[in-house]
Design a protein. Structure first.
Length: 299
């Protein structure tokens, strides 16, 4: 007699994902500490995203790629199957899942970050690396205008995906939705599992409100005013942002100086990457916001 297992429900899938995220953070932290001790803090900070990518590859490679359960899946007694066949995944499917889960999100984040750099006003500080790829001013302005919309669309797609999961209870990860991978619960269900459909409804309501606000802002948006700097203040800023001044994060000559709310100045790329992990000033630990960073140009 064939043994039939039920599909995993929303609570089990979410709990497994949260457990995996926890173990990934622990593994990433330990790998980052080892990198600092072996290669130094400067190299570890410069290639932090790449080392995190490598640690994620190792985590899922030692579990999913080898056909084993992840720590989160093992904790919740669930296993991955191909929805159409109701069988375990082939190696090629596990490999594609690993690429979708790890490499594609990394590449997407890098692409958005690169576009953000290209969308910045082109500034000449005397020692700018001329080898860096630049685009024409016309294309830069188009990119600067449309990039926030592109980023917002990506975020909306992610939220719609999560909302659909809360309604249907299927495909919590976008990669599993694309590849058609579901979870089986390997123990008999002893009780009725709760439904998270109300959360999906709330997400759709939030998206609707956000869309209305976005349309309203686009209709009433005005061009920002350009404030002319007095000559005496310009000299002060020049002394602070001189081409010989060094960034406290990368310890190199500041490229595209950017000021925080508390008045400290760093490279645009350095402080932008810092804010992706911590919203505090690297020097004084004051609370800062990425939207309040001020690029200082014209020097």
């Amino acid at each position: 007699m064939a043994i039939r297992f039920p599909y995993a429900e929303q609570p089990d899938i979410i709990r497994a994902a949260q457990k995996d995220e926890f173990y990934q953070r622990v593994f990433n932290t330990q790998a980052y500490d080892i990198t600092i001790q072996s290669l130094g803090p400067r190299t570890a900070s410069k290639y932090k995203d790449e080392f995190q990518l490598l640690s994620d590859f190792v985590y899922f490679g030692m579990s999913t790629l080898l056909g084993q359960q992840t720590l989160g899946e093992e904790y919740c007694d669930i296993m991955q199957i191909k929805e159409k066949r109701l069988t375990a995944l082939f190696f090629s499917e596990r490999f594609l899942l690993l690429i979708w889960q790890v490499l594609i999100p990394y590449g997407l984040n890098k692409l958005v970050h690169r576009l953000e750099i290209l969308a910045q006003p082109q500034m000449d500080f005397g020692q700018v690396d001329k080898s860096k790829f630049r685009i024409s001013e016309e294309k830069r302005q188009i990119l600067e205008k449309n990039l926030p919309t592109i980023v917002s669309c990506i975020d909306i797609i992610k939220r719609i995906h999560v909302a659909i999961f809360y309604f249907s209870g299927v495909f919590y990860d976008f990669a599993k939705r694309v590849l058609g991978i579901r979870y089986l619960y390997t123990r008999p269900l002893e009780e009725q599992r709760p439904s998270y459909a109300i959360l999906g409804l709330l997400i759709f309501l939030q998206l609707g409100i956000s869309l209305i606000v976005l349309i309203k802002q686009s209709l009433t948006q005005k061009k920002p005013e350009i404030i002319e700097m007095k000559e005496e203040n310009l000299e002060i800023v020049k002394s602070l942002c001189s081409t010989t001044a060094k960034c406290s994060l990368c310890l190199e000559v500041r490229q595209n100086p950017t000021a925080t709310e508390c008045g400290h100045i760093f490279c645009w790329n350095c402080i932008h990457q810092w804010c992706n992990t911590k919203l505090v000033c690297p020097l004084c630990r004051s609370q800062i916001k990425k939207s309040n960073l001020v690029a200082i140009y014209g020097i």
